[in-house]
Design a protein around this ligand. Structure first.
Ligand SMILES: [Zn+2]
Length: 313
């Protein structure tokens, strides 16, 4: 079987009902991978919820308490832009546990994908833009505490700037944050990442990939991270309802390959999370995310010819 580990839990669904965030996408991706035999049941790992101790490495005790006890103010719920529920809180704790597991698996095996997470708009003391806790930041702090990675690079390709990521790591020289996003879109303001690629409205494949490729290579060469966290947002797609870039399905797949190939070349482990995706047709969002997983699997296989031969023998 493929060495790529996929992390998924049936309770990843945020239970948002008729909401622009299609959080049933996690289940649909999982089902599609099995139905089309792109993955086998044994390729999946089931995460535990993140420990509160780990969430508290990033978030304030006050914010964690409000989430766990359902005591957010009306203003806090409005900023979060999702209705509060116990199921929602359980799902985001699980997503954070999934990103911790993805990071640990990536450090052991080179690549792992959390079929969830990427909640990059969460700040230490508040949530916004559908993001209550920052699973990627929690996972980074956890593996740093494990002592298995010190320098971590976040490569965020969601169409919306990773404002929570930028804020959380603004004073941390051990975390390099790279965000490529649409300039004229949420969030506003955009706290500075280590590198921000502010793309103009309507930017297409060539312009986007040219900018990402140059910044990614420079960042990897100069920072030499122990681990990369890749947020493979589906929302730079030209038919996205919340995005104003114009990438094609093919361009998004090339983006994924670029990230996986440049990191493999340098033998840097990569943990993947999905982040946003609001295509007019949900099927496109599913396809974009599935393509990310397939690119990860292909690059991992090609980079490990001996293991593959051993597996096939
Ligand atoms: Zn987004």
């Amino acid at each position: 079987m493929a060495p790529l580990k996929l992390i998924y839990h049936p309770a990843y669904d945020l239970h948002l009902g008729a909401h622009v965030f299609p959080s049933q996408k996690y289940r649909l991706i999982y089902e599609r991978l099995l139905r089309e035999e792109l993955a086998a049941p044994e390729d999946f790992l089931v995460p535990e919820p993140a420990a509160d101790e780990d969430v508290l490495r990033v978030h304030t005790a006050d914010w964690v308490r409000k989430l766990k006890t359902g005591t957010l103010s009306v203003g806090e719920v409005m900023k979060l832009e999702v209705p509060y529920s116990k199921e929602f809180v359980d799902a985001v704790w699980l997503a954070a546990g999934g990103s911790i597991l993805a990071a640990r698996q990536a450090l052991r095996h080179g690549l792992a994908v959390n079929i969830g997470g990427g909640f990059h708009h969460a700040f230490p003391s508040h949530g916004e833009g559908f993001c209550a806790i920052h699973d990627v930041a929690v996972a980074i702090r956890r593996v740093q505490a494990d002592g298995t990675a010190r320098k971590v690079m976040v490569v965020d390709t969601d169409v919306h700037q990773g404002n929570g990521t930028a804020a959380i790591f603004s004073d941390d020289p051990n975390v390099f944050t790279l965000s490529i996003h649409q300039e004229h879109n949420y969030p506003e303001p955009k706290p500075p990442s280590t590198v921000d690629l502010h793309m103009p409205d309507g930017a297409g494949d060539a312009e986007y990939l040219g900018a990402l490729s140059a910044a990614l290579e420079r960042g990897l060469n100069e920072f030499t991270p122990d681990l990369v966290f890749y947020l493979g947002g589906a929302d730079p797609f030209h038919e996205d309802m919340l995005g104003g870039l114009a990438l094609s399905l093919e361009g998004l797949a090339r983006r994924d390959r670029l990230v996986f190939e440049e990191t493999r070349k340098r033998a840097i482990p990569v943990a993947v999370t999905l982040a946003g995706g609001y295509a007019r047709h949900l099927e496109d969002t599913i396809r974009i995310h599935v393509n990310t997983l397939l690119a990860a699997r292909d690059v991992l296989r090609n980079a490990l010819p001996q293991e593959r031969r051993a597996g096939e023998a």
